[in-house]
Design a protein around this ligand. Structure first.
Ligand SMILES: Cc1cc2nc3c(=O)[nH]c(=O)nc-3n(C[C@H](O)[C@H](O)[C@H](O)COP(=O)(O)OP(=O)(O)OC[C@H]3O[C@@H](n4cnc5c(N)ncnc54)[C@H](O)[C@@H]3O)c2cc1C
Ligand code: SF4
Length: 465
């Protein structure tokens, strides 16, 4: 038996001192030789546990076997049987918590780099030219409206179009893609990749209407007059705040606003693009997830001398992907762990200048299973700052459910759905992704889009609710 390298085949990337001056993607991806060499680390297990860790059950063992044989076209087709966004998932999925966590090689060594291999095949296909469009079946004569063009909506739309339903998609922003476009920065997920995926959707016959806020321009009831079913994939775009004194000072952003300015509105190219963003020397981001890492790393690229991350738990409890934390550390983000802002103070013109933070310690686990941060009395300290970004979480915007009768929501504002079908409490209306689960992950949103597409298809065929 060949000797397996204990570590993953490394992926080349821009060096930290260079990349903090640009918005280009950090890792370069594998070459074909590197990909094959990494694929050869797979043991082709009889019981491939990796698949049980994948929320959309990609045949991981199968695509890796094809990759070893350099059958790249067949390999990407195998992935696409289950996942229509592999170039995106290969880049942003938390593989260390999913497929790679279960990989048998990972019991003693580093697991097979499944995410990097998925990314390699998707990039190979894109660079080869035309992406294969599946054969279009005959029209079923049924019409479905998809509200929200994020991963949940895109997946539901593609699956429904592929079985012959007529699909129209309505997106509030001027670009489809959801968080993939307005939230996750270019240096982690080049937008060209997302736009290619949207092109694929259009080629499947899906009409995408942008600048269309459902709940304002049209209600769900009005949509139901023209469509046989409606899917709500409107995400969780309403930011949370700390609710501490001074939080409305100038220079304090929600992560959503900061990242939307920087990504979707291209504020890093201001004044060529019209949207400005405040660029100052000391930027503090509050939070410990992917969103917080993206903000802190964006601030550096916008010219901050110091980008500080304030997080109330320890490094081990950070919800961000391991790779994002690693990249943030390499780039020199300063971590103030076990710390939480208690108040912000400004100058006479109302601009934020200081954060008063409380030192925390870890207590008993809370409902999330993570140890609860407990303030240490009297252990307050000051941090001087000129910009603050609050990245502590989001919930769904109430617009849809406040303008639609009969849609039941939880106390957190998430739409209640049947997890097996995506059905909501309103006949003919389905939902999935962050709007139903609260802020989660791309692959879970896609999984929910798939389930709802099946639920919608069943409903359209049988009429049974
Ligand atoms: C900055 C950031 C970084 C992230 N990083 C990662 C990561 O690395 N890995 C990962 O797996 N997950 C990550 N996530 C989480 C992931 O992006 C989300 O879980 C996922 O995008 C949810 O998909 P969705 O389709 O449910 O919603 P969204 O992606 O939020 O899309 C919803 C869409 O609906 C539109 N919409 C909302 N209301 C209306 C309306 N009334 N009418 C019409 N359209 C409407 C919105 O404009 C949006 O385009 C990150 C999230 C953020 C914010
Ligand atoms: S568990 Fe790991 S080694 Fe086994 S088939 Fe999956 S990727 Fe290959």
């Amino acid at each position: 038996m060949a000797i397996i390298s204990p570590t993953k085949t490394p992926m080349r990337e821009q060096p930290p001192e260079e990349r903090i001056r640009n918005f280009r993607e950090v890792p370069f991806g594998y070459t074909p030789d590197e990909a094959v060499s990494e694929a050869q680390r797979c043991l082709q297990c009889k019981k491939p546990l990796c698949i049980t860790g994948c929320p959309v059950e990609i045949d991981i063992q199968g695509f890796i076997a094809l990759l070893v044989q350099k059958k790249f076209k067949e390999g990407i087709s195998k992935i696409k049987e289950k996942n229509i966004l592999p170039a995106i998932c290969g880049r942003v999925c938390p593989q260390e918590e999913q497929c790679e966590k279960q990989c048998i090689v990972g019991k003693k060594n580093e697991p097979v780099a499944i995410g990097r291999l998925e990314r390699f095949l998707a990039d190979w296909e894109r660079n080869e030219g035309e992406i294969e469009i599946p054969h279009q079946p005959e029209s079923t004569g049924k019409k479905v409206a998809i509200v929200g063009a994020g991963p949940a909506g895109i997946t539901a739309a593609a699956d429904l179009a592929k079985i012959g339903h007529k699909v129209d998609m309505f997106e509030a922003l001027h670009q489809p893609g959801g968080v993939l476009v307005y939230g996750i920065p270019e240096f982690r997920l080049p937008k060209e990749i997302v736009f290619k995926e949207i092109d694929y959707l259009r080629k499947l016959g899906v009409n995408v209407y942008t600048d269309t806020v459902i709940g304002m321009i049209k209600s769900i009831d009005e949509l139901q007059e023209s469509y046989d079913a409606v899917f709500l994939g409107t995400g969780a775009g309403l930011p949370w705040f700390l609710k501490v004194p001074g939080e409305n000072l100038n220079g304090i952003y929600s992560a959503n606003e900061y990242l939307t300015r920087a990504n979707l509105m291209k504020a890093y190219l201001f004044p060529k693009y019209k949207t400005p963003i405040i660029k100052r020397k000391r930027v503090a981001t509050v939070g410990g997830g992917n969103v917080a890492m993206d903000c802190a790393r964006t601030a550096l690229r916008l010219g901050a001398k110091e980008s500080i991350l304030i997080y109330r738990r320890a490094r081990e409890q950070m919800p961000a992907r391991a790779e994002e934390i690693h990249h943030a550390e390499q780039e020199g983000i300063i971590f103030h762990l076990l710390s939480n802002p208690a108040a912000f103070y400004g100058d006479k013109n109302g601009w934020v200048r200081e954060a008063e933070c409380i030192k925390m310690e870890l207590g008993e686990p809370d409902e999330s299973g993570r140890r609860r941060p407990v303030p240490i009395e009297g252990a307050n300290f000051m941090v001087s700052i000129d910009v603050v970004i609050i990245a502590i979480g989001n919930s769904p915007n109430p617009l849809i459910h406040s303008t639609t009768k009969d849609i039941e929501v939880t106390k957190w504002g998430t739409i209640i759905t049947d997890p097996a079908t995506g059905k909501t409490s309103k006949r003919g209306v389905f939902a999935g992704g962050d709007v139903a689960t609260g802020a989660a992950t791309v692959i879970l949103a896609m999984g929910a889009g798939k389930i709802a597409a099946r639920g919608i298809h069943d409903y359209l065929q049988t009429g049974i609710w």
